[in-house]
Design a protein. Structure first.
Length: 113
């Protein structure tokens, strides 16, 4: 099974964070139904951050996310609003390129060919 790291922007208002969390969960579920092993940092850490009053910014989660980028076979970027300017997403893309990981950009949750 192909291992996918599913990146998407997160930082914003509480409403934006919740919306981005829900949208990326739908995308992750769709990819899982297609047979992929998916790690979605927002899906996995948003509830933990809320429960533990943890920071939500890239600096806190950086090492955690980079570990899973190394694990992944490919990086998928769900292009939600602000993805191009997201500090976390741009850092994830940069690392993926350095590691020569294929990058797939998803628009509207549609999978790359």
């Amino acid at each position: 099974m192909k291992k996918i790291y599913l990146a998407t922007p997160y930082t914003g208002t509480k409403q934006q964070q919740q919306s981005r969390f829900e949208i990326v969960n739908e995308c992750a579920a769709r990819l899982m139904r297609e047979g992929f092993l998916v790690f979605s940092p927002i899906s996995h850490t948003h509830p933990i951050a809320l429960a533990g009053a943890l920071p939500k910014g890239w600096e806190f989660w950086k090492e955690y996310d980079l570990t899973f980028i190394e694990w992944a076979d490919e990086i998928y970027v769900l292009m939600q609003q602000g993805w191009e300017k997201s500090k976390g997403v741009t850092a994830e893309i940069k690392l993926a390129k350095e590691l020569k990981k294929p990058i797939c950009y998803l628009q509207g949750g549609k999978r790359c060919k």
